[in-house]
Design a protein around this ligand. Structure first.
Ligand SMILES: [Fe+2]
Ligand SMILES: [Fe+2]
Length: 273
């Protein structure tokens, strides 16, 4: 059995703090094989710096995925090339620095394929995420080239995420939706054995507007006049994650949401008591 924890979009300093505090504890307590984090909002809400990336890796994170904010910090265009555990959307245009998929190995020797991809509904125009992931999964087939595979489907529309889950059902171990910053209650195992949730939710302060201080978004919604910068909310963060246990056949046997700290109601898997 492979035990995997995927942590949703980490927003700003308070999001980072709960990750740095909880990942070492949870790794140990739940005997996790893999911890993967979406880090697209880790640096002040916009992108990721190399220092933050390295802090994540040092605290026990195995790999970091991204999204539409991948290159908001310009330095990411450079350091992504020397960080094989940093993964940006696979359907960015050819020539974009970095990689859209990576294979990592656990201490016990299990191989996990991680693919990051972006949806296209209400988002920027990119290559077809369905065809892109199909190609990646064919190149690294489950049970042959890897023991487990995880797709971080970074998208706005639930419909696109559900459709994608069914599209790879039985061919990927786990599909986790990211980007909306709001956890959904639809985690489940699909008919073919793929674990699925349409959105893991963010790891940040929920007394906010999707992780940002409330005042500026409220001004923009009510007056249509931007008058300041969007800043991450600084109150205690909720760590939002999905816990999954993957069997020897590469399919998910158990899946549960994780919520720790902050203003959301707590949740943890009962299968790792
Ligand atoms: Fe995000
Ligand atoms: Fe995003």
């Amino acid at each position: 059995m492979i035990r995997l924890l995927f942590i949703g979009d980490v927003v700003g300093r308070s999001g980072r703090a709960v990750v740095l505090e909880q990942v070492p504890l949870l790794r140990d307590r739940w005997e996790l094989d893999f911890v993967v984090v979406n880090g697209e909002n880790a640096a002040g809400g916009f992108g990721l710096t190399e220092t933050i990336f390295e802090d994540f890796i040092s605290c026990g994170v195995d790999a970091v995925t991204l999204g539409n904010h991948a290159f908001d910090q310009r330095e990411a265009l450079v350091f992504i090339e020397r960080q094989p555990r940093l993964i940006r959307p696979a359907n960015f245009p050819p020539g974009t620095p970095g990689r859209g998929a990576a294979m990592i190995e656990s201490e016990g020797g299990a191989r996990l394929l991680i693919v990051n991809v972006m949806g296209r509904i209400f988002m920027e125009a990119l290559d077809d995420p369905f065809a892109t992931v199909k190609r990646e999964l064919r190149a690294w087939p489950l049970r042959e080239a890897c023991d487990a595979s995880l797709v971080d489907f970074h998208a706005e529309a639930s419909s696109e995420k559900w459709a994608f889950g069914h599209f790879v059902d039985g061919k990927a171990s786990l599909v986790v939706g990211t980007h909306t910053h709001t956890p959904s209650a639809d985690h489940r195992i699909l008919a073919g054995g793929t674990g699925f949730i349409s959105d893991v939710g963010m790891t940040g302060d929920y007394d906010s507007v999707i992780g940002m201080e409330k005042d500026e978004p409220l001004r923009r919604f009510t007056l249509r006049i931007p008058s300041g910068r969007l800043e991450p909310a600084g109150g205690p963060a909720t760590l939002c994650a999905i816990a999954a246990e993957i069997g020897p056949d590469g399919l998910t046997k158990a899946i549960a949401p994780v919520r720790i700290g902050g203003v959301l109601s707590p949740a943890k898997p009962d299968f790792w008591a």
